[in-house]
Design a protein. Structure first.
Length: 719
């Protein structure tokens, strides 16, 4: 049927608000819909009169402010007596209330929110203006909300707040036998001229809650919104004037259930009942044989209506968490209560180190003030501590470690974290977080993707700044040589792949020959034409490399590299924990630069109230990965196991650039790497290269002069 130039009239009756009669005309599928709005408040006599007057002359009545059903569970819900009263007033024109449509979009919106912000309701006080008609209340409670209902106040005018689903259910069961009498004799909804004490009490409950779930035609009845500052508001729909007032009052986030318009030729719908009336009238005019529900699904596909975008207003926060632990036994004695034990006999300190490793995780402090430069999203990161040193973590029974980390993840979740990052050796032992993530109820990441990414970032920056490698390139690669020690480990492998895209020659060093050969083949597929050498020892190749990356888990006292064999002007990027290059070794060779991988400065104005061993405001790259994923809303176990993905390493780098993360001031074993230190290193390296013989150690007698001058300069800089 051709429906062009057809007109339809919908009478919308709002039983919650008062406003003069007005009309609007909208065009959908060549059908002209005239919507006549009547704001009459809780006046069923007037509503019945309007409906009798237009019965048979209007094409549909759309009702606002009442529901078809009371209750949220199918077996126990009952028809709203107000709805029954009004449909009995007409015989020819259909009546639309749209309970099912409202529930559909509210549940759809809620699922979208929980995907983007899985911990949004956790331990939050959620106040429902009318819990007995809120179909999404059980889902919010299941997501961790502490649900409350203001039903007694809004229905009876009684100053009782319902706490929890049990009390709300009991209230509904008590209400069932007398619901008709209550609604038409005792009810005084907020739309009518309720007492000031009722309004004052409702505002008090709102101010004491974290989240409000209500209706757009009730909220405007409040005389002010200052009590809603910092709150998250869920509403069926909202007019522009009320929205502006809420934003001005400092509401953190406004979420509407009414669908958003995705096409310019589609009007915006502020009432579900009007939307349902328009869809059903269109269905009837097209003589569709589909049910209203099936037709709606087809109509939804065609018009591309979808849940509203979440309005992330200023101040809205997400939260993540990160697990750390002492890197050496000496770090244990930095805690004030046990500081006096640092001079105890070794046997006592070893016993205490062992005992401490069995203590449960605990909350340590928080990183605040991280704000994305791209989206304005704010993230806080809680830090949790284990008191086990790397040696004790590696000695632990793996199952015990998994359980201990799992308990820490659940503690972080209970405090509102949406995901957890593993730091230092908590991501090294066992299967690098895979089992912990599989058992956890929130995502877990080991942070190795961003650690690998920032490693190359820092190393390349220092190599270029030093300026000792040939400026001529082969394609996009430096005509220079790099070595990766610990190449087959998680960070070492991806570092090797990334380095192969920048350097023309790469030396891979690790203990397992078979793994080395596998990695060599992988690199040659990624970067054909470069020269790749493999070895189980570093000393045979290290004397002519320009960049050395160490990514080991060395727990022995045996040095991973002989510092005296390294070529003057080389750069060592130490990604190992504990570090492979000691402070004394770095001081002995001021003609090479040693950096400790790439730490990160997060965007915004970060403040950390605990000491993690880095100068403020820097954080470890693995910490930054957790925060960046939370900024992006990527709540997933991004980096797991000991095999990293090159694509994810590139992806997390792009996320860092997007949100404004920057490489922090580069640090070495003796402090920050300054431009003066780089200039001195270049000068000394150029002098030593004149007499440099491959494989010949640097003479020790020369080092004292350089140690004294470099140490003095570093101390002045740090002071």
């Amino acid at each position: 049927m051709n429906v062009a130039n057809v007109e339809r009239k919908i009478i919308f009756i709002d039983l919650m608000r008062y406003f003069p009669v007005r009309e609007e005309t909208i065009l959908i599928d060549s059908i002209s819909f005239t919507i006549q709005h009547h704001g009459i408040g809780w006046d069923f006599e007037t509503a019945e009169a309007i409906m009798r007057n237009y019965d048979g002359f209007a094409d549909g009545f759309a009702l606002g402010g009442i529901f078809k059903y009371l209750g949220w569970q199918e077996p126990t819900r009952l028809h709203h007596p107000g709805y029954l009263r009004l449909i009995r007033a007409v015989t020819r024109t259909p009546v639309y209330v749209a309970d099912d449509l409202r529930s559909f979009f509210s549940e759809w919106t809620l699922k979208k929110i929980l995907l983007e912000q899985p911990q949004i309701f956790l331990n939050k006080k959620v106040l429902f203006q009318c819990a007995t008609v809120a179909a999404i209340m059980p889902e919010m409670a299941q997501a961790g909300a502490k649900v409350q209902g203001a039903d007694p106040l809004l229905i009876y005018g009684l100053p009782f707040l319902l706490r929890g689903i049990t009390q709300i259910s009991i209230f509904f069961e008590v209400l069932r036998p007398i619901v008709g009498l209550v609604l038409f004799k005792l009810v005084k909804p907020m739309s009518s001229k309720g007492s000031k004490s009722t309004t004052r009490l409702l505002k008090k409950w709102m101010s004491q809650s974290d989240i409000l779930v209500g209706f757009g035609n009730i909220l405007p009845r409040l005389d002010s919104f200052d009590h809603l500052s910092g709150k998250i508001i869920f509403l069926d729909s909202l007019d522009a004037d009320t929205r502006q007032k809420l934003e001005k009052a400092g509401v953190d986030q406004i979420i509407e259930f009414v669908p958003k318009r995705t096409r310019l030729d589609m009007p915006s719908f502020n009432q579900f009942s009007v939307l349902e009336a328009v869809i059903d009238q269109t269905r009837q005019l097209q003589h569709s044989k589909l049910s209203l529900q099936d037709y709606f699904l087809k109509w939804l596909e065609r018009t591309s209506l979808s849940p509203q975008s979440l309005r992330k207003l200023k101040g809205f926060r997400r939260k993540c968490a990160f697990i750390i632990h002492p890197l050496t036994q000496n770090d244990l004695w930095k805690v004030p209560p046990v500081r006096f034990l640092r001079d105890s006999p070794r046997i006592v300190r070893n016993a205490l180190e062992k005992g401490a490793s069995y203590l449960p995780c605990f909350y340590m402090g928080q990183l605040t003030g991280v704000v994305s430069e791209a989206t304005g999203q704010i993230v806080d990161c809680d830090f949790y501590g284990m008191t086990a040193t790397p040696r004790k973590i590696l000695e632990m029974n793996e199952e015990f470690l998994y359980k201990r980390l799992g308990q820490c993840v659940e503690l972080a979740k209970s405090r509102g974290a949406s995901m957890v990052g593993l730091g230092a050796y908590t991501k090294v032992a066992g299967d690098a977080g895979a089992t912990v993530a599989r058992r956890a109820s929130i995502p877990v990441t080991n942070g190795n993707s961003y650690s690998a990414s920032t490693t190359l970032w820092a190393a390349r920056q220092v190599v270029e700044k030093l300026g000792l490698i040939p400026t001529r390139k082969v394609g996009h690669r430096f005509k220079a040589k790099a070595m990766v020690i610990g190449a087959t480990g998680s960070i070492g492998r991806v570092s090797s792949l990334l380095i192969s895209m920048v350097f023309q020659e790469v030396v891979l060093v690790a203990n397992r020959p078979d793994k080395l050969l596998e990695l060599r083949e992988e690199i040659l597929k990624l970067s054909p034409g470069i020269h790749v050498t493999v070895s189980t020892q570093s000393h045979s190749e290290i004397s002519d490399v320009d960049l050395v990356i160490t990514a080991t888990s060395n727990q022995t006292a045996t040095p991973v590299v002989d510092i005296d064999l390294i070529k003057p002007g080389a750069v060592i990027c130490d990604c190992s924990r504990p570090l492979d290059i000691t402070r004394d070794q770095a001081l002995r060779r001021p003609d090479i630069l040693v950096i400790e991988s790439g730490e990160v400065d997060l965007p915004g104005n970060p403040k950390l109230n605990i000491d993690i061993g880095l100068p403020h405001p820097s954080v470890y790259a693995c910490t930054a990965e957790t925060v960046l994923l939370t900024l992006e809303g990527r709540f997933e176990s991004f980096s797991l196991s000991k095999q990293l993905s090159l694509s994810k390493t590139k992806e997390i780098y792009r996320l860092g650039v997007k949100h404004g993360a920057k490489l922090s001031a580069i640090r070495g074993p003796i402090g920050l790497v300054t431009d003066t230190q780089i200039d001195r290193c270049r000068s000394l390296a150029l002098e030593r290269l004149k007499t440099w013989n491959l494989g010949t150690p640097v003479p020790h007698q020369e080092s004292g002069y350089y140690e004294a001058n470099l140490f003095q300069e570093t101390q002045l800089h740090l002071s």
